[in-house]
Design a protein. Structure first.
Length: 134
């Protein structure tokens, strides 16, 4: 297992920050833990797609996206919330997106994906809100 100190996960035997999936291939940790840590540490959530089975992918995303607010850069933070909404179906994540256009896109995507047009009511712009309901 990966041990975490101050929210940065490290390889226990080498005490290095895990920031590349190349390191996971030789690391003495479970591949899922390593990939999820790299995704969480770097903000590159696409890494989770590299896992073979759907259960592992979901676990990877859940861990990697569990603390989106830790990212200082708004674009990465918004992307994290957007992906959490899309992949995990987390409806609260859209509300955390700061960029209004991205937030509207998030609500529209999720409303259509889960079949709940009530989510469109969270969109302030009437034109975009109506388009979401179509």
């Amino acid at each position: 297992k990966i041990e975490c100190e101050t929210s940065i996960c490290v390889k226990p035997s080498w005490q290095e920050i895990v920031t590349s999936i190349d390191e996971c291939n030789n690391a003495p940790v479970i591949k899922l833990d390593c990939y999820a840590s790299v995704a969480r540490n770097t903000g590159d959530f696409r890494i989770c797609k590299n896992l073979q089975d759907e259960g592992s992918k979901k676990q990877c995303y859940e861990y990697a996206l569990s603390n989106c607010n830790k990212f200082k850069e708004v674009t990465i933070r918004d992307n994290c919330h957007f992906i959490a909404a899309d992949i995990l179906g987390n409806t609260r994540s859209c509300a955390s997106v700061e960029n209004v256009e991205k937030m509207n896109e998030c609500y529209t995507l999720l409303a259509k994906k889960i079949g709940n047009i009530i989510l469109c009511e969270n969109i302030e712009d009437k034109t975009v809100r109506e388009k979401c309901k179509d």
